[in-house]
Design a protein around this ligand. Structure first.
Ligand code: 5GP
Length: 217
């Protein structure tokens, strides 16, 4: 038995205002951590250029979203910048039970719901931009949104940032390489949490029995 096969998975939740670099950070850690999978959210927002249905999001109509939510198909949901977003229930819990880690890119409302629903599984990380100016610059530079959308996101940023104290960890994303190291360290440490390794009791039991047998010999 290895500790990897014996442990419970980590629900790694990342939140930040749009433009703090959370998407890049998610993409990079997913590339490096084979056991970590992204939870693909359902949203009613329109796809941005280059976004693919089923890869970036499951893009759905408001009626479809409500039907899914009302049938209990979402682990959490929230309205963000006038659109609905939610985390599909489908196989998250099954994946955790077999030691698979799941990454959630969700807002503070969703992070709060997941932490209330699965407190022992959830690890919340807040990504802060280094400054307000850096945030605006990143939002403007990505050229995916109109000026009105950028203004709305900047206003929303303050609401999101105010929640940083609710999180278990915080990363100030100045350099992506440093942030990635910090995020990987968090995931690595959380995997070894005693509460995620209940199956080690079998290994420890055997070890103690072996030690007792050696003492008798
Ligand atoms: P965007 O429209 O820029 O992709 O996402 C806007 C915000 O919605 C981001 O802060 C993102 O983390 C959040 N978000 C994306 N998916 C979900 C979800 O399933 N649930 C919640 N609560 N927030 C989400």
């Amino acid at each position: 038995m290895t500790t990897e096969s014996a442990r419970r998975g980590v629900m790694l939740v990342l939140s930040s205002p749009s433009g703090a670099g959370k998407t890049t950070l998610s993409r990079e850690i997913l590339k490096r951590e084979a056991n970590l999978r992204l939870s693909i959210s359902v949203t009613t927002r329109a796809p941005r250029v280059g976004e693919i249905d089923g890869k970036d999001y499951h893009f759905r109509s408001v009626d479809e979203f409500h039907a899914l939510r009302d049938s209990g198909g979402l682990l959490e949901w929230a309205e963000v910048h006038g659109n609905f977003y939610g985390t599909p229930q489908a196989d998250v819990m099954e994946r955790l039970a077999v030691g698979g880690d799941v990454l959630f890119d969700i807002d503070w409302q969703g992070a709060r719901q997941l932490a209330a629903k699965a407190p022992a599984d959830t690890v919340r990380v807040f990504i802060l931009p280094p400054s307000a100016a850096a945030l605006e610059q990143r939002l403007t530079a990505r050229q995916q949104d109109g000026r009105d959308v950028i203004e709305r996101r900047l206003a929303g940023a303050a609401v999101e940032i105010e929640r940083w104290g609710e999180y278990d960890y915080v990363i100030v994303n100045e350099r992506i390489e440093t942030s990635l190291l910090q995020l990987t360290a968090i995931l690595t440490a959380e995997r070894q949490r005693t509460s995620r390794l209940p199956a080690l009791s079998g290994l420890v039991g055997q070890m103690l029995a072996d030690l007792a047998a050696r003492r008798r010999d």
